[in-house]
Design a protein around this ligand. Structure first.
Ligand code: 0RA
Length: 636
């Protein structure tokens, strides 16, 4: 029996393998920056997800621990612990340390991990300062600790349990990684993706690093169907429920959900074994062929193509389509290093066949939806021919028409653009306060009703027919399209004013999107601003103080209390809550307000922040995600 500290030292093969990984980590995980760091988490998560895909695991927990380590736990079957026939040590130790073993047991499953660049748990182990793996199975609890990949002792039974599952805790090696701190949002994003793609799997992400124990539960009962519904959340969709199918043929599982909206965008996302394929591949090719063929077949039979020259093209039937295609392939082949494109040729014909059959069944069973979708495709077909001419005509017409100022606009009395400001305000109530609180000489108010349309997503003729869009256009006075003339701008400050919450940010994004697309020179020349309304008011006696964020307010209150003062705190829920004087004092008065000038680089930044808050997938109000603060109780 070797001494504890020598344990494993005799296994030269293993040490060599570990050394190779530690010497050239980038070869295994791509890089040693934040991307590589998250890769070693993904390797661990993927194994638990594989267990869920195989049908043995219903829940995964991901915990950010106080000490900077990360725990991934599942309730799957547990990594086998019995002696491995080849290595003569525990299978657990073998899969955690032996770079050439593993993957052989449990053959034939659809694996997220494995494949070209799935380098597995051993890699995470080799690149962790320490790692501890605990397995519950066969009635027992087994554990092993590793330091920089080397087992500290043999696998040890430490108790009994009638549960099963695997738990890994690992601390990334600071000698390897430039910055060994995990990012909550990056991890939430990859967990959310897996939760969408594996219906019924619950992934709980718990941040235990701070006092308030944030917890997200990611669970989508309807899997990719929920995903499609989410993607269409801001759209008008055709039909109540998305189309959904799940079929297996020749060991390839094909899962598709789709729904049309009245927009002209196509949003189709493809996955193989839960890995996103940004450039699609053979599954996408098969899907497209199936879609075009099924719609034409049905439309011809139902005589819906009258007046059309020939048949519907692929582009026609994909206009307004949102779809998620998820295939599970036992032996996936990819083109390119990052699995961007699926290559297996058989997948094209399998997907093509099963999807075509299923869409035809759907169309037969949903004649109303079928008629709307095909009607839309026919329109797309006809529209295309006339599109360019029509667009030019509409733009010219738009410019000529825009003379009378919009009725909702409360204009300023000054006619000097240099001193004039236009406030584009979210919500009618805030608009009311703004009208009363403003400086009438220099400040104009244009209230917007609710959320404006996402101008990125619609053809120009649709945008130009939109009331909110026209109000903004006429208020600005610069015209549009080829005839845009910045010298005609009626206000030299255009200020977007919305609430400091997620919805407010969404509206700001939509207004900015509109300005970027149609009035870009105004942003380039620095005329556009975003107001920064305060979130907090603190009163001490008769004095009022306003704060833009929690941290500043907290610091101020703490200081005041130390000085024996009695501050009263107030949190503004939105602009609509402020009375006209408050709105003036905090957000509109040139003396006291904070305005942020928008630069061209901001567009991406705004979208990123927005995506982070909204998750680009799941608005909290939909309760797909539930967030619990102060409630996470860990029972690891
Ligand atoms: C292969 C076989 C078996 C379990 C697993 C893999 C497994 C691996 C991981 C990694 C993280 N969580 C996991 N859960 C399960 C067991 C096969 C059997 O019990 O018959």
């Amino acid at each position: 029996m070797p001494k504890k500290s020598d344990y494993g030292a005799s296994n030269i093969q293993v040490l060599k393998g570990l050394e190779a990984v530690r010497k050239r980590p980038a070869m295994y995980i791509g890089s040693t920056d934040s991307h590589g760091l998250h890769h070693i988490f993904t390797e661990i998560l993927d194994n638990s997800v594989d267990e869920a895909i195989a049908g043995y695991c219903s829940q995964i927990w991901v915990v950010f621990n106080k000490d900077g380590s990360l725990t991934v736990r599942d309730n799957g079957r547990g990594i086998p612990v019995a002696t491995h026939p080849e290595t003569k040590v525990s299978t657990l130790e073998t899969v955690m340390t032996n770079l050439h073993a593993g993957g052989k047991f449990d053959d034939g499953a659809y694996k997220v991990s494995g494949g070209l660049h799935g380098v597995g748990m051993k890699c995470t182990n080799a690149l962790s300062k320490w790692m501890e793996t605990t397995v519950k199975r066969d009635g027992g609890i087994y554990t092993q600790r590793y330091e920089r990949g080397v087992p500290a002792a043999p696998v040890k039974k430490i108790g009994t349990s009638d549960e099963t599952g695997t738990e890994h805790t690992f601390f990334p090696d600071p000698d390897i990684f430039d910055d060994a701190e995990f990012d909550f949002h990056t991890i939430i994003r990859s967990c959310r993706q897996h939760a969408y793609l594996t219906a019924g799997l619950r992934i709980s992400v718990i941040d235990d690093r701070e006092e308030k124990h944030t917890r997200y539960d990611l669970y989508f009962e309807d899997g990719i169907k929920s995903y499609v519904q989410f993607l269409n959340i801001d759209e008008k969709s055709i039909g109540e429920e998305p189309f959904y199918m799940n079929k297996e043929e020749e060991r390839v599982v094909v899962e598709v959900s789709m729904q049309y909206t009245d927009s002209m965008e196509e949003d189709v996302r493809c996955y193989t074994n839960n890995i996103i394929n940004p450039e699609g591949g053979t599954h996408l090719a098969g899907f497209r062929t199936a879609l075009t063929s099924a719609f034409n077949t049905y439309a011809q039979k139902a005589e819906l193509l009258k007046g059309l020259n020939g048949t519907l093209s692929g582009d026609d039937v994909r206009e307004g389509l949102t779809a998620v295609i998820s295939v599970k392939v036992p032996d996936p082949q990819f083109e390119g290093q990052t699995k961007i494109k699926l290559n297996n040729p058989e997948v094209k014909s399998i997907v093509g066949k099963v999807v075509r059959d299923e869409i035809l069944v759907y169309l037969e069973e949903h004649p109303t939806e079928a008629k709307s979708i095909i009607g839309k495709a026919v329109l797309a077909n006809k529209a295309k021919a006339a599109a360019k001419a029509a667009r030019d005509a509409v733009i010219r017409k738009g410019v000529l028409e825009s003379t009378a100022l919009p009725g909702k606009l409360a204009d300023c009395s000054s006619k000097d653009p240099a001193e004039s400001e236009l406030f584009i305000v979210e919500g009618n109530s805030a608009g009311g306060s703004a009208k009363q609180g403003r400086d009438r000489h220099t400040q104009a108010i244009l209230p917007l009703r609710g959320k404006i349309m996402n101008t990125q997503k619609y053809r120009v003729d649709r945008v130009l027919a939109n009331n909110e869009f026209n109000d903004i256009t006429t208020a600005l006075g610069v015209g549009i399209g080829d005839t845009l003339d910045v010298s005609k701008l009626r206000y030299h400050k255009i200020v977007i004013m919305s609430d400091a919450d997620v919805d407010g940010l969404h509206i700001t994004t939509l207004v900015l999107t509109l300005l970027f697309r149609f009035f870009r020179p105004l942003i380039e020349q620095g005329y556009v601003y975003v107001a920064q309304p305060p979130l907090h008011k603190v009163e001490i006696g008769k004095k009022k103080y306003y704060f833009l964020n929690d941290a500043e307010k907290e610091a101020f209150v703490k200081e005041a209390k130390k000085e024996g003062k009695v501050p009263t705190e107030n949190r503004f829920k939105g602009l609509g809550e402020m009375n006209p004087e408050q709105l003036w004092e905090t957000t509109m008065s040139p003396e006291t307000r904070v305005l942020k000038r928008v630069n061209i680089e901001d567009e991406e930044e705004v979208e990123k922040t927005f995506e982070m808050l909204m998750g680009n997938e799941v608005p909290p109000r939909r309760r797909f995600i539930q967030m619990y603060a102060n409630k996470a109780k860990l029972d690891i």
